[in-house]
Design a protein around this ligand. Structure first.
Ligand SMILES: [Zn+2]
Length: 639
C-alpha cells in the first residue's frame, strides 16, 4: 500500500495537551491485567532466542540525513504498563520492538525491529536468499549490512516476496543494486505485480488519509502516544522501491531449488493479501507462513479501508498448510513478529490461530442467520477461553469487534435490513436534529459530560460527535470529545484502535494536518498499467466543471507502444485500449502526460513541445480543468 505520510517516528507533535488518565480507565486497565495469561512466557523466549547483535547506530538515515528509522524511539518500554496503556498492548509492544539480527537456525537468520516487517535471510550454497526485504531501501540495506558482519559477504542470489503489500518488497533496491538485478531471481506469487501496484490506486487518496489514523501518523511513540502498529513497529520512512518478479509461483505443490535450497510452495490467494503464498524448506524443517499467521489477530477489514478479506478462506489455507507441512516442520518464520520453535509448538500455534479465524467467521455467520445485525454481533462474538487465553489470538491489530463486522459486510453489505436504517440522514443533518431533540447544545454537553464522568466513553463519543457535526466550531464539544477518544485509546488493546483514537483526538483539537504528502514511489508509478491510471483519472472527473462539454481524443504513449481512445461525456470518462476515436491525437511520454494532468499544466507542456497534438487542437480546450485534485488531508472528525 501507499503508506504515505506515516513516518510516525520522524514528525513532532506540537502543542498537544498531555491528557489525564481517568479513574475509569485506570480501573479498566487494572481489570484487563487480571484476565491475561501472564504465566505463559513462551513468546518472551521466542522473541529473544538467537539474538546475535543490534545495529551499531541509534538511527538509520537517508543520504541527506533525514531519519528513516529510530532504534531509540521505544526505549521508554521499561517495567510495568503505565495507566495510559492497556497492559496487554504494553507487553506486546515490548516484544515487537526487540531489534537486531537473530539466528533462527543453521542457515536461517532474521532482521527484526528494523521496520514494520521482518526480513528473513536463508544462506544458500553460494549466496543469500532474502525473504521480504522490508518497506524501504534504507532499512533493508542497514539490515543486510548488520547480517553480513555475521554471515559474510555472499551475494544475494534470490529474493522472495511473500505477498503484494509494500512492507514486503519496498526495500528491495536496498539489497539488490541495479547492476546486480540481472543476476538475481525475484520470486513472487501469481498476481503479485497487478496487486502490488493497483491495490491502492483508485481509492488511494482516501486510503492514505485513513492510514494516517490507523498508523498514528505524527504521533510520537510514548506512554501517551503511539504504541506500535500492532502487527509490527511502524512503517519506515525511507525510499519505497520495487523490482518486478522474474519468476511467478502459480500453483500449490510447485517446487524450486534455489542455490541448493529446496522450497515447496502453497498459494494462499485472497487471504491477508490478494496475492500471497506460504512455503516450506524441507531440508531445514522451516515453514514460512508469510502474513497468514502472526502474533496477533489480523485484519479481516483493515480500518484504513480495503476490500474485505475472506476469513473462511484464510482459515482453510491454514488448515492446508498444517496438512502439507505440519508433520515436517520444526520452526516457523513469518513476515512479522518472532519465529516459533519446535514442531509441536508450531502445530499448536497454527491450529489455534486457525481456529480463531474459523470461530470468528462461523459464529458471525451463525448469529447473522439468527437475525442479529453487525453491531449486535460485534458486541457478543468473543473467542472461547481456550482460544482467547492464547496471546497470539489477541487483537493487537485486527479485533474481534471490527473483524466480525467485516465478516457481516462480506456477506451482507452495509445495510442491516432494518428499514429505519435504509435511508438515514447524513451525519451533519442528523447531528443538528439530535441536538434539537436533546434540547440544545448545553443539554448535549451535559449528557456528554455525564457519560464521560461515568466512564461511559462509547456513549459519550456518540453524543458529542452529534454536537461536533451540528456545530463544528463548538470548541468545548471538540475538546470533550477529544478527551473521550483519549480515554478509549488508553484502554485499547489494539495498537491501531489506540492510534485511531489518538489521531482523532489530535485533529479535534488542532484540525487536520497541513503538510503535504510525500511523493509516490517512482518504481510503483512506472509499474502501474496505463489502464489503471486512466481509471484513476476517471474517478477524478468533476461533472460540474465538465458541464455539457464532450471530449473525444486518442492518447499515444510511443515508449510503451500503447494507444487508447478516450471519450468524456455525461460526467464519465471511458477509455478503450487499442481503439481509435474520431478526434485529435495526443502523443507524449506517459510520465510527461501524467505530470501535466496532475499539475494542470497541459497547455504549458503542449507549448514546450513535450506533448504533441495532431488534429483539431481547439476541441481539447478546457480539458485540463475538468479533473479534481483531491485534498490529501480532508477532514474526518468534523463535517
Ligand atoms: Zn505486512
Amino acid at each position: 500500500m501507499r503508506f504515505v505520510a506515516i513516518a510516525a517516528l520522524t514528525f513532532a507533535l506540537s502543542g498537544a495537551a498531555s491528557a489525564q488518565v481517568s479513574d475509569a480507565t485506570r480501573a479498566a486497565n487494572a481489570a484487563a491485567a487480571q484476565t491475561l495469561p501472564w504465566t505463559d512466557r513462551e513468546d518472551e523466549d521466542f522473541a529473544n532466542r538467537g539474538f546475535v547483535a543490534a545495529y551499531d547506530q541509534p538511527q538509520i538515515r537517508m543520504t541527506d540525513g533525514r531519519v528513516v528509522w529510530d532504534f531509540t524511539a521505544y526505549n521508554f518500554l521499561q517495567g510495568d504498563a503505565p495507566a495510559s496503556v492497556n497492559p496487554s498492548l504494553w507487553r506486546h509492544a515490548r516484544l515487537l520492538t526487540r531489534a537486531g539480527l537473530f539466528r533462527v537456525t543453521d542457515r536461517v537468520y532474521q532482521i527484526r525491529g528494523f521496520d514494520v516487517s521482518n526480513m528473513t535471510i536463508v544462506i544458500g550454497d553460494t549466496g543469500l536468499i532474502i525473504i521480504d526485504p522490508l518497506s524501504s531501501a534504507e532499512t533493508a540495506a542497514a539490515g543486510l549490512a548488520l547480517a553480513r558482519r555475521t554471515i559474510g559477504d555472499k551475494p544475494v542470489v534470490a529474493v522472495i516476496y511473500t505477498h503484494s503489500h509494500l512492507d514486503h518488497f519496498g526495500g528491495v533496491r536496498g539489497i539488490v543494486s541495479a547492476e546486480q538485478a540481472a543476476n538475481v531471481q525475484i520470486i513472487a506469487p501469481e498476481g503479485f505485480m497487478e496487486h502490488a501496484v493497483t491495490e491502492n490506486v483508485i481509492a488511494g487518496n482516501a486510503m492514505s488519509r485513513r492510514a494516517q489514523f490507523q498508523f498514528g501518523a505524527g504521533l510520537p511513540p510514548g506512554p501517551e502516544g503511539q504504541m506500535t502498529s500492532g502487527i509490527g513497529i511502524a512503517v519506515s520512512a525511507g525510499t519505497f522501491t520495487l523490482i518486478p518478479p522474474t519468476r511467478t509461483i502459480s500453483r500449490t505443490g510447485e517446487t524450486l531449488t534455489i542455490d541448493g535450497v529446496r522450497i515447496e510452495f502453497q498459494l494462499t490467494p485472497d487471504t491477508e493479501a490478494p496475492a500471497e503464498m506460504n512455503f516450506f524448506f524441507p531440508d531445514l524443517g522451516v515453514l514460512c507462513i508469510a502474513e497468514n499467521a502472526t502474533a496477533s489477530m489480523h485484519n479481516i477489514l483493515t480500518p484504513r479501508g480495503a476490500l474485505v478479506r475472506d476469513a473462511k478462506a484464510w482459515a482453510d489455507y491454514l488448515t492446508e498448510a498444517l496438512r502439507l507441512y505440519g508433520g515436517r516442520t520444526q520452526i516457523m518464520v513469518g513476515s512479522h513478529a518472532w519465529p516459533r520453535f519446535g514442531g509441536d509448538r508450531v502445530r499448536d500455534f497454527v491450529a489455534s490461530h486457525r481456529d480463531a479465524y474459523k470461530y470468528l467467521h462461523d459464529q458471525t455467520v451463525r448469529l447473522m442467520n439468527a437475525g442479529y445485525t453487525d453491531r449486535e454481533i460485534a458486541e457478543q462474538v468473543r473467542l472461547p477461553e481456550s482460544l482467547s487465553s492464547r496471546w497470539f489470538n489477541h487483537g493487537y491489530y485486527g479485533t474481534m469487534m471490527h473483524n466480525s463486522r467485516a465478516v457481516y459486510q462480506r456477506y451482507m453489505g452495509w445495510y442491516d435490513a432494518n428499514p429505519a436504517n435504509l435511508n438515514p440522514l447524513p451525519p451533519a443533518e442528523e447531528g443538528t436534529r439530535f441536538v434539537r431533540a436533546m434540547g440544545g447544545a448545553d443539554r448535549v454537553m451535559a449528557e456528554g459530560q455525564r457519560a464521560f464522568d461515568e466512564g461511559d466513553y462509547r456513549w459519550a463519543a456518540r453524543v458529542l460527535n452529534h454536537l461536533v457535526f451540528a456545530e463544528p466550531n463548538n470548541t468545548a464539544a471538540r475538546q470533550l470529545l477529544a478527551r473521550t477518544h483519549r480515554q478509549m485509546a488508553y484502554q485499547a488493546e489494539s495498537a491501531i484502535w489506540r492510534n485511531i483514537y489518538l489521531v482523532g483526538a489530535r485533529e479535534l483539537e488542532q484540525g487536520p494536518p497541513t503538510r503535504s504528502q510525500p511523493t509516490q514511489s517512482a518504481d510503483l508509478v512506472a509499474a502501474t498499467p496505463t489502464s489503471y491510471i486512466l481509471d484513476l483519472l476517471a474517478v477524478r472527473l468533476n461533472p460540474e466543471r465538465l458541464g455539457n462539454r464532450r471530449y473525444a481524443f486518442n492518447l499515444v504513449f510511443p515508449e510503451r507502444n500503447e494507444r487508447f481512445a478516450v471519450t468524456i461525456a455525461n460526467g464519465v470518462l471511458v477509455h478503450e485500449h487499442d481503439q481509435t476515436v474520431d478526434g485529435p491525437t495526443i502523443t507524449s511520454q506517459r510520465a510527461v502526460f501524467l505530470q501535466a494532468m496532475a499539475t494542470q499544466s497541459m497547455a504549458r507542456s503542449v507549448l514546450s513541445g513535450q506533448i504533441r497534438i495532431a488534429g483539431n487542437r481547439r476541441s481539447l480546450e478546457g480539458l485540463g480543468e475538468v479533473f479534481d485534485t483531491p485534498d490529501p488531508n480532508f477532514p474526518i472528525v468534523t463535517p
